[in-house]
Structures are given as structure tokens and as C-alpha cells.
Design a protein around this ligand. Structure first.
Ligand code: ATP
Ligand code: MG
Ligand code: MG
Ligand code: MG
Length: 440
């Protein structure tokens, strides 16, 4: 991509309305524009990161055997009356009437809709286990939308739903989700800690939230510091193996880690030695629930069991805050000059800065570099604008690409370009070919 032809409306001034660093940086880097309170347009740079995060979520869900689909944003009120949540959900639900005076709502979550799909087509236990998921916009009329995409009213969520014959099978699905979430967040360069939580309006008795530690987080958290040393890493896991998933769950949830809703000071003090007790703040980037037959019973989602008798299916639901993740990643990874994207989610793999635009040799070298990077399947952003070097560097630092290759006539005389790591700030001189190898 050539910057001269791209749309990157970078702001010089720090927007006064933004209270936290991720919101400020997303506005300054031209990633989002507020359309109305808690509702955002995703400008090209922000959209690229959103798509990369979605892609990781898709890959990890499918690796765990979950099946992608897409449900609509607008739902009929009838299904919610059946489950009993239409009245219970309260003012966070955006209710709409169509021209025929029929009640609709903009889905805040999808348990009812998916349960209706399930009961329409699945009649036998032989079709289980089944986990369906989608990535779709949600609307919750939050009382205080704030912090940019962190607490929007319209936001993108991955929500998945498991259907199982027994409680044991559904708990395996729960564990499978926990494992897949650990992998998902790590691929985004994040440490998200599963913490015992409260179920809220989704309901149910087993639930964990995933929290990214950050001072600006809205949740208060209490945990054993040992937990921050755990890494999922690149271990191979068989998602069908009950034992393997169970053992990962035990490893990651046996130490004390709770949000303020479930925190018990006495238990904390008893179980965690004082020097390991941490009280901090966190951003909720996902949550998994097991809720048994809470929806399948009232909505009649039953299957014929092995003995021929109908049984309501055991279910759970599992959410990842896809759009919130952009804010969480930036909160966890930035410096005074801007964003520092983890490689897994960066909007472009590498920036190319031409120090002397219009100089035939420099222009030619940049174009060759661009082509060589693309031939490796990478997406470079070439700053080909006629701008001062300082302004080009500031833009690259702000938008946070992991690598910058700087090309100028002086280096080219010696056959080298400069490769700079955004994270460490360290530069080295290399031949263009060696620089491409390093970035790839
Ligand atoms: P919160 O406690 O922050 O209000 P929640 O517990 O109500 O979130 P869930 O129903 O668990 O949210 O939804 C799954 C995920 O969707 C959350 O873990 C979070 O990452 C994301 N999410 C929820 N509400 C919002 C929002 N208003 N804006 C952006 N992301 C959100
Ligand atoms: Mg909420
Ligand atoms: Mg919550
Ligand atoms: Mg939640």
C-alpha cells in the first residue's frame, strides 16, 4: 500500500474527549471516528486490525472444532418472550418497532436465536456434540459508553454456543473454549487471565472471565502473582481429549484469581501468601459460561437420547470482545510515541520510509523493497509522500508497525538500508535483501 493513495487521517492534536491512552491513540492514528455516542466508523487502518483479530478468532475457533455461521443483528422479540428475558433484560436492550408495529430488538447476545435454530433442525443425540459460533455486531445501550471501542454501544463480538447431551459433555465444551481462548489471546500478544466471575444476565453457575491487566481496566481483580508466569505457548492439544482440556483448565484456574464480584478476602488471605497477593485492575476481553438447560428447557430444545426419551440439551455460551480487543492490545502495548502492534495483529507488517522522495535511485529502491516484501506474502506500507523525514518517522511510530525500513541516498551508496524495530527502537544497517529476510 502506498501512503499517498491510502486514507490515514492522522491527528496532530490529542483529542480532548479521550480519557485513556488507547482511545487517544486510536483517534490520533486515524483508526476510528465516532459516529454517535458509543458507535464508531472503522477507518481503513482500524478496519485492518479488526479484520486480523477476527481472523485469529476464526482460526482458533475452527481449530477447536467449532462451526462458523452468521445470525442477523435484528431479532424478533417473540423468542425473547419465550425465554423470559424480554422483560428481564432492561434498558440495555435497544427495542425497535417495524412498520407493522412488530417488536424487534438489536441483539445484545444470541442465546435465544441459536436455540431456535438448534431446535428446528436437531432431533437426535447422534448429532451432538455441536458448537456453533459467529462474529457479529451487538448493541447494548450502555448507560455510560466510554473509552472508545472499549465500551461501545455497538460492538463486535464473537459468540459461540455449545449443545451437548450431558452435563459432562457440556463441561468438556467449556474447557475446550477455555483452552482455545488462551491460544487466541496469546496469538494477539496478550496475556488474558481466566478469573472466576459472576454470570450476570446470561445466567448459569460456571463461568470465567478473561482479563487483561491494565490500570485503566474497569474491573477490580485479585490474584496470585504466580498466575502471570503461566504461558500456553505452542503446545499441541487434542481438543477432543477430555483429559488434555481438563488438565489445561486446572493448570490455569487452580490459583486464586477472581473479579470483585466473586472475591472473598478471607479465602484470598488463606490461600495466597502475602507477597504473592495482587490487587489490580483488568479489562474483560472474554467470558465463558456453562448454564445447562436454562434456555433449552423453556424453549423446548430437546433431543432424543440413547434410550429414545427426549432430553433438554446442556448448553453454554462463550464470548470474545473482538472490537474491545483493539483497545486492550493498545493499553498493553504502546509508548510515548504511539502504538506498538504485536506481530500477530499489526495492520501492515512493515513500513518503508523514503528519505528522498523523487530521487530516482531512492524511489526505485523503495519500489523494489515493496515488491520483495509482497512476494513474501507480507503487506508493507510505503510512505511515498513528499514529506520531511521527521514527519514520516512520527507517523510510523504513531501507527506502530513492528518494523520500519528507511531508505536514503546516503545508505544506498553503500548498498544498505536501515531496519528499525518499533519495540526496541534499535536500528541496524543491512542490504535490502537481508532486511526483507529479517522482516519475513
Ligand atoms: P462488561 O462487564 O464489560 O459490561 P459483559 O460482561 O457485559 O461486559 P459479556 O456479555 O460477557 O459482556 O460479552 C462478552 C464480551 O463482549 C465481553 O467479555 C467484552 O469483551 C465484550 N463486550 C461486552 N460489552 C461490551 C461493550 N459495551 N463494548 C465493547 N465490548 C463489549
Ligand atoms: Mg455489560
Ligand atoms: Mg462483565
Ligand atoms: Mg462478561
Amino acid at each position: 500500500m502506498r501512503l499517498s493513495r491510502y486514507f490515514l487521517p492522522v491527528l496532530k492534536e490529542t483529542p480532548a474527549e479521550a480519557q485513556i491512552v488507547s482511545h487517544r491513540l486510536m483517534l490520533r492514528a486515524g483508526m476510528i471516528k465516532q459516529a454517535s455516542a458509543g458507535i464508531y466508523s472503522w477507518l481503513p487502518l482500524g478496519y485492518r486490525v479488526l479484520r486480523r483479530i477476527e481472523q485469529i478468532v476464526h482460526e482458533e475457533q475452527q481449530r477447536a472444532g467449532h462451526v462458523p455461521m452468521l445470525m442477523p443483528t435484528l431479532q424478533s422479540a417473540e423468542l425473547w418472550q419465550e425465554s423470559g428475558r424480554y422483560d428481564a433484560y432492561g434498558p440495555e436492550m435497544l427495542r425497535i418497532k417495524d412498520r407493522h408495529e412488530r417488536d424487534l430488538l438489536y441483539g445484545p447476545t444470541n442465546e435465544e436465536l441459536i436455540t431456535d435454530i438448534f431446535r428446528s433442525y436437531v432431533g437426535s443425540y447422534k448429532q451432538l456434540p455441536l458448537t456453533l459460533y459467529h462474529i457479529q455486531w451487538k448493541f447494548r445501550d450502555e448507560i455510560r459508553p466510554r473509552f472508545g471501542v472499549m465500551r461501545g454501544r455497538e460492538f463486535l463480538m464473537k459468540d459461540g454456543y455449545n449443545f451437548d447431551l450431558t452435563r459432562e459433555d457440556a463441561l468438556h465444551a467449556y474447557n475446550r473454549h477455555l483452552v482455545s481462548y488462551l491460544r487466541t489471546y496469546e496469538r494477539m500478544g496478550l496475556q488474558a487471565i481466566p478469573m472466576r466471575a459472576e454470570s450476570g444476565p446470561i445466567g448459569g453457575d460456571d463461568t470465567h472471565e478473561f482479563l487483561v491487566l491494565a490500570e485503566t481496566g474497569e474491573s477490580e481483580v485479585f490474584y496470585d502473582s504466580e498466575i502471570t508466569e503461566l504461558k500456553f505457548g505452542d503446545r499441541e492439544i487434542d481438543y477432543d481429549s477430555v483429559e488434555q482440556c481438563q488438565s489445561v483448565l486446572e493448570e490455569f484456574t487452580s490459583r486464586y484469581a477472581r473479579t470483585d464480584d466473586t472475591h472473598e478476602e478471607a479465602v484470598f488471605e488463606e490461600r495466597v501468601p502475602e507477597e504473592r497477593r495482587r490487587r489490580a485492575r483488568g479489562i474483560e476481553v472474554g467470558q465463558i459460561f456453562y448454564f445447562g438447560t436454562k434456555y433449552s428447557e423453556p424453549m423446548g430444545a430437546t433431543v432424543q437420547g440413547p434410550d429414545g426419551k427426549p432430553v433438554p440439551v446442556h448448553m453454554g455460551s462463550h464470548g470474545i470482545g473482538v472490537s474491545r480487543l483493539l483497545g486492550a492490545i493498545i493499553e498493553a502495548s504502546h509508548d510515548d510515541n504511539g502504538i506498538i502492534w504485536p506481530e500477530g495483529v499489526t495492520p501492515f507488517h512493515c513500513g518503508i520510509v523514503n528519505l528522498k522522495q523523487g530521487d530516482a535511485e531512492a524511489d526505485g529502491a523503495c519500489e523494489k523493497l515493496e515488491a520483495a516484501l509482497m512476494a513474501k506474502g507480507l503487506e508493507p506500507l510505503y510512505d511515498d509522500r513528499d514529506e520531511r523525514a521527521g514527519a514520516k518517522f512520527a507517523t510510523m511510530d504513531l501507527i506502530g508497525l513492528p518494523w520500519r525500513i528507511t531508505v536514503g541516498p546516503r545508505g544506498l551508496k553503500n548498498g544498505v538500508v536501515e531496519l528499525t524495530s518499533r519495540r526496541t527502537g534499535e536500528s541496524e544497517e543491512l542490504t535490502p535483501e537481508a532486511a526483507v529476510e529479517r522482516v519475513a
